[in-house]
Design a protein around this ligand. Structure first.
Ligand code: ADP
Ligand code: MG
Length: 494
């Protein structure tokens, strides 16, 4: 019988002892008997693949076949109180990001030093100042955000890992895995557990945002443009967005182009309408453009500038993109900043989401943070201004990196963050072509939010669904595509 959720370790948790971890119980007693596993694993795999929980092969890319996306057999435990808390706060977090993005001076002060040493952020900044000086032709922005959280064992609350303002992925696949876990628990004859699995309408929520933006643009013939990578491995997640838009609104057409194609075939009309291959673009949804490697040459940067100059409603607009940088996240967490953008009561609630974030600027404050990280590297994560996973620095490597850059401005390209310690639980990892494995894991909750509006007039700000990514507890980062993490869903416990 499931007794999900009670903490197993007793005694005082020493905040400073990073080797101390706590485990939580899985939603069912594990390991499962062999005969149950042999029955349920093929059923789960079939359900997943038949409902589109797939990805393209990274090696031997083949447009004619899909492989099963990695996933966990059972939903992972997450405390209900904290789930409810971050869900409730999402609409306020959306508004916070919207207001930050529209505060030129705040962004300038926050990023001033970063853009001197980080070329990618500088190029984004240059696009922003260019379109700002020319006069921004579309005042409405569409936010499709995802805030990521770990439940922290020492503080016993959910703490924010980061806020994504560009290319927040897995809304579609997360919703499918939620449904698969309902099926799995049903097949295991545990219907009494279904009340622990929250509904997840992430796909409908995110697509609803794009549709509202399309309506706001107000041109029935115009289309939605997905800006995509040259090769899309996470194709199911993206395509389901297209199908959901079509399901909700058969009158709206979606086209997909990469930045190179936009540079070759996109143009602006004299009144700043964006036209690609004859289609006027109402809404631009970026699923690429968040990392330097996606801009192969000046042509792709030109394409980004063309898009930003246009009247199309962008998700994200360039100022939303900048608001989502790690440096801005660190500046938002400074005492008193939230009160500039939110009411006192809202600021208080949002501030509780943050863990310690520290500037590495060339200043006494920055010197202190460097020293703190060198003294206790296991307690921190060192983050450059990059998205997409695999860029952060952990443990002893922090010391090595800081040793090299601590006396130069190069360190201003990074921020320092307290390392969050999530609880460990067990689950079965299912990956294509590999035997199912019982592993120790930690889970990161993503909360989606949508917002639409101008600086002064917000049409809506909503919670738009959730996702759970779970990774081996032994790894620092568990990218789903990299194979160390996998899709999961939430099993709430009290
Ligand atoms: P990215 O933009 O590359 O996704 P993140 O800040 O989300 O950058 O970091 C990537 C991953 O690193 C996270 O998904 C999480 O697993 C891990 N990570 C990031 N920050 C922390 C932290 N403060 N504590 C523990 N793990 C972290
Ligand atoms: Mg992330």
């Amino acid at each position: 019988m499931a007794t999900c959720g009670s903490y197993c370790c007793d005694g005082d948790f020493n905040k400073d002892d990073v080797s101390t971890t706590r485990t939580i119980e899985s939603c069912l007693p594990l390991p499962l008997p062999d005969e149950i596993l042999e029955d349920i694993v093929p059923k789960a795999k079939d359900f997943a693949i038949l409902h589109g929980a797939g990805m393209r092969y990274r090696s031997n890319y083949d447009p004619d076949s899909l492989q099963l996306a990695p996933f966990f057999l059972l939903p992972s435990a997450f405390p209900r109180r904290e789930f409810d808390r971050v869900v409730k706060l999402q609409s306020i977090v959306n508004i916070l990001m919207h207001r930050i993005a529209h505060d030129y001076q705040f962004l300038k002060d926050a990023l001033e030093k970063t853009i001197k040493v980080d070329d990618f952020t500088r190029r984004l900044w240059d696009i922003y100042t260019t379109v700002r000086e020319e006069g921004i032709s579309q005042l409405i922005s569409l936010g499709m955000f995802r805030c990521d959280y770990f439940y922290s064992v020492p503080s016993q609350i959910a703490q924010q890992v980061e806020i994504n303002t560009i290319a927040s992925s897995f809304g579609a696949l997360a919703a499918r895995i939620s449904v698969m876990h309902r099926y799995v628990l049903g097949e295991m004859r545990k219907p009494e557990l279904l009340g622990h699995l929250p509904e997840n309408d992430a796909l409908a929520g995110l697509c609803g945002g794009m549709i509202a933006a399309w309506d706001a643009y107000g041109c029935p013939k115009a289309v939605i443009l997905f800006i995509v990578e040259d090769v899309t491995y996470n194709i199911c997640d993206q395509r389901f967005h297209e199908y959901e838009i079509r399901r909700q609104r058969p009158d709206i057409h979606v086209i997909r182009r990469n930045l190179t194609q936009i540079s070759q075939r996109g143009r602006l009309t004299s009144d700043k309408r964006l036209v690609i291959d004859g289609d006027e673009i109402a809404v631009v949804y970026f699923r690429a453009g968040y990392e330097p490697g996606q801009y192969h040459s000046e042509a792709e940067w030109e394409a980004r500038l063309t898009v930003e100059r246009s009247k199309a409603i962008k998700s994200p607009s360039i100022h939303y993109h900048l608001a989502g940088t790690k440096k801005v996240q660190q500046e938002i967490a400074r005492p008193g900043v939230l009160n500039k953008f939110l009411s006192d009561s809202e600021a208080k609630l949002v501030s509780q989401l943050f863990t310690g974030l520290y500037t590495l600027d060339m200043s006494p404050e920055g010197d202190q943070a460097v020293q703190m990280a060198m003294d206790n590297p296991e307690r921190f994560v060192l983050k450059p201004q990059r998205e997409g996973g695999g860029n952060n620095v952990y443990g002893q490597e922090i010391r090595m990196v800081l040793e090299k850059i601590k006396d130069s401005q190069e360190r201003e390209a990074y921020i320092l963050m307290d390392r969050i310690r999530p609880p460990i639980q067990q689950n079965y990892l299912i990956r294509a072509h590999e035997p199912v494995k019982l592993v120790e894991v930690v889970s990161e909750l993503g909360i989606f939010g949508t917002i639409l509006g101008t600086a002064k007039d917000i049409q809506f700000s909503k919670f738009a669904g959730h996702m759970l990514r779970t990774k081996l507890s032994s790894v620092n980062e568990g990218g789903v595509a990299a194979g160390l993490g996998a899709l999961d869903s939430v099993f709430l416990f009290d």
